[in-house]
Design a protein around this ligand. Structure first.
Ligand code: ADP
Length: 488
């Protein structure tokens, strides 16, 4: 039976994006709607979102505590999904990143901002504000929405709740003074509720109170129940393991389609894979590297942070370029990594080129132009780039962890023989292991027949959202039963 789902998130592509959460928040609601559910996406009305809206109108005003909130309705571009923006000028009408200022520091009032957003979602979910539409289920995502399940748990009758962990490393921790300022009920200051070693944790609100928990791959669902990857919450997650499911993200198969990609100079598909080479040549030009189509070109796109293992790449740069291979990197993040990369370019200007910044089109062109895509992540809840690479016939070399292990089939002789190999994985998080995996990929690259076979196997993978949405649908019914049992 179809459900009315309120999908609460802090970012949605193309309205606002800092990472994979935005892609999921665009893809999953569309697929759920296509599967027959009635979905509303809700997010804060950040300044940049409001400035870029084409069509929007106000559908209600209401009070959340002392704050006045306006609800703005729009349609998620390229879809028929109704999207609500929670507008409060003081909290959200500022330009730039949704979470931090231009210096890279979190906005000082983040707790207040997302508390306001969460309370607004609760008011709407309970039918006490705005339009008369009431959800059967609220699907929350990451710490910014963690107070929603917690606050809904205080209601005698409420919709079911699902909380998805996209990255456990970001928990929304704030001091006790902030907790007091938010005026949350005392019951939430306890180690069995929101308190986490003397701080308030938004994330725990979701982990403890949501009827069902999900994370974005089966591998990560297992890993976060261990001390190594549990970020201090492994015990809690272990205690909820019966309600924790790993569902691999889908990708937007229209946006990320090498046969139709508007960002490419030359589109291509399985039947004319040779055309991929035009993109390689163009990419080298764009990155001001000498064009040498016989030399493997390795691509990387992502946040330049410890999680992504960029330090391992920096450690092995001299080795990688002397394979020989070329390397193009697109990313931004911690300045120490940005600076080290800039330095590396100086000493290897014919082999390495880096673009520090965020550029959606360039990310597409790297996926299309590179031969090999490198992702040596320390941990990776799901990872999207390796799925984009597979779809573009760009062979991923990945650390065998989380979603990377779940989506890439490593090129062992057996897997190659049976035609299922789609990439190369390495098991120890170690720079030399990563280098050995790159060498392995380059050796395969030199064997044209095997390389093509791996590319075609990669391009045949189905990462459509409809598959993941079907799994979420099943889970929604379980969540609903949990909520009814609790209330009853
Ligand atoms: P995470 O969410 O941990 O950052 P994911 O692989 O799940 O990593 O998703 C990252 C998304 O952000 C991908 O769509 C990727 O292409 C995009 N992305 C990351 N950095 C950049 C960048 N500098 N320019 C363009 N796109 C980027």
């Amino acid at each position: 039976m179809a459900k009315r789902i309120l999908f609460a998130t802090s970012e949605v592509y193309p309205l606002i994006k800092t990472g994979g959460l935005a892609d999921v928040s665009a893809g999953l609601p569309r697929a759920l709607q296509a599967a027959g559910h009635e979905v509303r996406v809700i997010l804060p009305a950040y300044g940049d979102v409001i400035d870029n809206l084409e069509q929007a109108y106000s559908v209600g005003r209401f009070k959340v505590g002392d704050a006045e909130v306006e609800l703005i309705e729009t349609i998620l571009p390229g879809s028929d999904v109704i999207t609500w923006l929670v507008s409060n000028k003081k909290a959200f009408a500022r330009s730039g990143n949704p979470y931090m200022n231009d210096d890279g520091n979190p906005w000082v009032d983040n707790a207040e901002r997302f508390h306001l957003f969460d309370k607004a979602v609760v008011e709407l979910a309970q039918g006490r504000a705005g339009p008369s539409w009431k959800p059967d289920l609220v699907h929350c995502n990451d710490w910014q929405t963690g107070l929603i399940p917690a606050l809904l748990s205080l209601e005698p009758v409420r919709p079911a709740t699902v909380f998805t962990i996209h990255n456990l490393a970001y928990q929304g921790l704030f001091d006790f003074e902030t907790f007091q300022q938010l005026d949350l009920p005392d019951v939430f200051w306890h180690h069995e509720t929101l308190e986490y070693f003397g701080q308030m944790s938004f994330m725990k609100g979701g982990l403890i109170y949501a009827d069902q928990l999900t994370t974005v791959s089966p591998g990560y669902a297992e890993e976060i129940q261990t001390p190594e990857f549990g970020c201090g919450l492994d015990g809690l997650l272990g205690s909820r393991s019966d309600s924790l499911t790993g569902i691999v993200n889908g990708i937007d198969m229209v946006e990320w389609n090498p046969a139709r990609d508007k960002h490419l100079v030359q589109v291509y598909g399985k039947l004319n894979l040779k055309q991929k080479l035009v993109n390689k040549t163009e990419l080298c030009r764009e990155f001001a590297l000498p064009v040498d189509t016989g030399m493997p070109l390795i691509g990387m796109v992502g946040r330049l942070v410890n999680q992504k293992g960029i330090d391992l790449v920096l450690e092995e740069l001299d080795q990688i370029v002397s394979i020989p291979a070329q390397l193009v990197i697109l990313g931004s993040g911690e300045s120490k990594y940005e600076n080290r990369l800039r330095e590396a370019v100086k000493s290897h200007s014919d082999r390495i080129s880096v673009y520090i910044g965020y550029d959606e089109g360039l990310a597409h062109r790297i996926e299309a132009g590179a031969d090999i895509f490198l992702m040596p992540s320390r941990f990776e809840p799901c990872g999207l780039n390796q799925m984009y690479s597979l779809r573009y016939g760009t062979i991923p070399v990945v650390h065998s962890i989380g979603g990377l292990a779940d989506t890439v089939v490593t090129a062992t002789p057996e897997n190659i023989q049976s035609g299922i190999a789609t990439g190369v994985t390495f098991y120890e998080l170690d720079a030399e292991e990563m280098y050995a995996a790159i060498r392995h990929a380059v050796a395969l690259y030199k064997n044209k027949a095997i390389w093509k076979q791996i590319q075609l196997a990669a391009m045949r993978q189905d990462f459509s959202w409809s598959k993941s949405a079907a799994e979420y649908s099943k889970l929604y019914y379980r969540a609903k039963d949990d909520a009814v049992m609790e209330v009853g």
